[in-house]
Design a protein around this ligand. Structure first.
Ligand code: NAP
Ligand code: MG
Length: 402
């Protein structure tokens, strides 16, 4: 059978530990036998990041700006233990953070819904995608421990020297203060990424803040979204038959719980951090969660939401059998191949990505799955497969679908 041709290369960002092992298996068994893979390869494994002083991460992000589509393997974010384990020159920053800063993107996370892995919320029929703003607020805060009585003020000195001053609190005893900020430009990029992604996936967009309490800060988020929507998206949303819906964060949480799913939920940075963990657990498993970074300039970087699965990797190194779930990493590849196919008008590539996703889902629905899913499935007569065996089972289903 002739392999599917690609018109343009995609950026391939290899990673660490168990996901690096899975990466190669997916390429060998599920991609390369069917697709004449064109990729610009960057090794973001920790050893190469250390050897290149992290230049390889920057290069991979720059290549993504040039080619438009990337697929990324999970990578280690170094901590003190990793400094020693890998004899690092420096505690390199999180590659995801570096790439996100360079592409100015928003991360969208969506569960992969499979029969037999049932959401704990009974009404959810379709996936809920979380869009998390990735800049500012409490993640770039300044804090002071107030030792005792005194006055706390918020002071802004403009470039021309004009000073604006607001009293925060007259402390009579000890306490704490926190200063946070955000930028109109970042909020606008976030809004545009969300509107674009809603159009690209044909889903409604929800957004929520606490603007009744935070009348300047959160209200600015609400206003920026409304301004961008009216100026550039209302007509396109109407033509696509989708809606933009704004509400208060507490109302949003209540509505999400009673919804059927099938929409994008845009969240401020903290809300997105907390709610994405809630959603992935409620939908079943972190190993069934896809993640895509969408930049307002139209670049896309696909990855799995989970980490490098270190515990399984150490078992693998000792020659012990592993049963690591490769579904989210397979879907990172299909996401990138489909986007490449859409951008290059290569329908065979889009069709292949769809087929590989169907094969993956059907394999699980037929009762063949890795241990993490076998433990939580409502299916009976389940076969628990090892890491490679599951990928081979998907290949068998894929060949039967062809
Ligand atoms: P993790 O790799 O997500 O794994 C945590 C646990 O979740 C695993 O031990 C395993 O549970 C389960 N799990 C996660 N993915 C699984 C899969 N595909 N199949 C089966 N089980 C899975 O998180 P971590 O152990 O906290 O982090 C390991 C490394 O990943 C760290 O160095 C961290 O910096 C990095 N990380 C990278 C990214 C990224 O690149 N996007 C994201 C998060 C973390 P059991 O052990 O119970 O089987
Ligand atoms: Mg979190």
């Amino acid at each position: 059978m002739a392999k599917i041709e690609m018109k343009t290369a995609l950026v391939e960002m290899d990673g660490d530990e168990m996901t690096r092992i899975i990466w190669q298996m997916i390429k060998d068994e599920l991609i390369c036998p069917y697709v004449e893979l064109k990729s610009e390869y960057f090794d973001l494994g920790l050893e190469m990041r250390n050897a290149t002083d992290d230049q390889v991460t920057i290069d991979s992000a720059e290549a993504t700006k040039r080619l438009g589509v990337a697929v990324k393997c999970a990578t280690i974010t170094p901590n003190a233990a990793r400094m020693e384990e890998y004899d690092l020159k420096q505690m390199w920053k999180s590659p995801n953070g570096t790439i996100r800063a360079l592409l100015d993107g928003t991360v969208f996370r969506a569960p992969i819904v499979v029969k037999g892995i049932d959401p704990v919320v009974r009404t959810w029929k379709k996936p809920i995608t979380i869009a998390r703003h990735a800049y500012g607020d409490v993640y770039k805060n300044t804090e002071i421990r107030v030792p005792g009585a005194g006055t706390a003020e918020l002071v802004f000195t403009a470039a021309d020297g004009t000073v604006t001053r607001e009293k925060i609190h007259e402390f009579e005893g000890a306490g704490v203060i926190q200063g946070t900020h955000n930028l109109d430009a970042s909020i606008e990029s976030f809004a545009r990424s969300c509107f674009e992604y809603a159009l690209a996936t044909g889903q409604d967009l929800w957004f929520a803040t606490k603007d009744t309490i935070s009348k300047t800060y959160d209200h600015r988020f609400k206003d920026v979204f409304a301004e961008v929507f009216e100026a550039d998206y209302r007509t396109r949303f109407e033509a696509a038959g989708i809606e933009y819906f704004y509400t208060l964060i507490d109302d949003a949480v209540a509505r999400v719980m009673k919804s059927e799913g099938g929409f994008i939920w845009a969240c401020k940075n903290y809300d997105g951090d907390v709610m994405s963990d809630m959603l992935s657990s409620a939908f079943g498993s972190l190993a069934m969660m896809t993640s895509v970074l969408v930049s307002p300039h139209g670049y896309f970087e696909y990855e799995a939401a989970h980490g490098t699965v270190q515990r399984h990797y150490y078992k693998h190194l000792k020659g012990e059998p592993t049963s690591t779930n490769s579904v989210a990493t397979i879907f990172a590849w299909t996401g990138a191949l489909r986007k490449r196919g859409e951008l290059d008008a290569t329908p065979e590539l889009v069709e292949f990505a769809d087929r590989l996703e169907r094969a993956t889902i059907q394999t699980i629905e037929a009762g063949k799955m890795t241990g993490d899913l076998a433990r939580i499935t409502s299916l009976e007569d389940v076969t628990t497969l090892g890491t490679r065996e599951f990928i081979l089972a998907v290949r068998e289903t894929l060949d039967a679908l062809a």
